[in-house]
Design a protein around this ligand. Structure first.
Ligand code: SF4
Ligand code: FES
Length: 253
């Protein structure tokens, strides 16, 4: 028979009724949790327990539950997306914990990500940064040049693809002592800066996205590198350097 370790756990969870309420940590017990469950499945067990006893379930964001959408923002035992590396909270397995553990679960904390309720934060600031320039304008009248017909070096294509894997989860912001969004914005700027299709709007893109990032109240990068370590998609600090070079070039034009 396959191993199936079962666990009894204490959860310390941030509960906050709404954005104006004063939140607090509340203790819960969950029992008979399988090591094969995902972290979110464990949270589902807790919520079922709370609903059955007439209490309000813990609000948390989730959607794809397979590491794609970037919704599942949880700060677990002091780390964005928990103790594993290169994964999102929905990909975190309970086998990372042991029977009797106490697990602390908080929302992603940053001034630019206000708490909406419990573990749910408002990450619309990222959307507004994207809207400021994270796109290319293409004529879709039917005369569009086939993307495969534009020569791009393998190196540039690979680097652009790596930058494009950013899922906008916000773990970089939550992890950074300055609540900096530069890894996210660096990835979004780089995705286009590396490709010929991104050149036409390059100057406005980097200027507008960085201006929006500052307007949203994110802090500056001081090269600590914690964001790179906690990023579930392995977005490299090199993207921040590229964004800074792009910004310098844009101001010289
Ligand atoms: S850079 Fe990484 S941590 Fe930051 S939003 Fe993108 S995927 Fe998430
Ligand atoms: S729920 Fe989509 S990345 Fe976790």
């Amino acid at each position: 028979m396959a191993n199936n370790k079962r666990m009894n756990l204490t959860l310390k969870i941030w509960r906050q009724k709404d954005s104006n309420a004063k939140g607090q940590m509340v203790d819960y017990k969950v029992t008979d949790i399988s090591e094969h469950m995902s972290f979110l499945e464990m949270m589902d067990v807790l919520n079922e327990q709370l609903v059955n006893s007439g209490d309000e379930p813990v609000a948390f964001d989730h959607d794809c539950r397979e590491g794609i959408c970037g919704m599942c923002s949880m700060y677990i035992n002091g780390e964005a997306h928990g103790p594993d590396r290169g994964i999102t909270t929905c990909q975190l397995h309970m086998r990372m914990f042991k029977d009797g553990d106490t697990i602390t679960i908080e929302p992603f904390r940053a001034k630019a990500f206000p708490v909406i309720k419990d573990l749910v934060v408002d990450r619309m600031a990222f959307e507004r940064i994207q809207q400021a320039g994270g796109y290319i304008s293409v004529n879709t009248s039917g005369n569009t040049q086939d993307a495969n017909g534009i020569p791009i070096s393998k190196h540039a294509a690979d680097e652009a693809m790596d930058a494009a894997t950013c899922i906008g989860c916000g773990a970089c912001v939550a992890t950074c002592k300055n609540s900096s969004a530069m890894l996210f914005v660096g990835a979004k700027v780089s995705q286009y800066a590396l490709l010929p299709q991104g050149q036409i709007e390059a100057v406005d893109r980097v200027k507008n996205m960085v201006a929006q990032m500052d307007a949203e109240g994110f802090g500056n990068c001081t090269n600590t590198g914690a964001c790179e370590i906690e990023c579930p998609k392995g977005i490299s600090l090199e993207n921040i350097a590229r964004m800074n070079r792009e910004l310098m070039k844009a101001h010289l034009k």
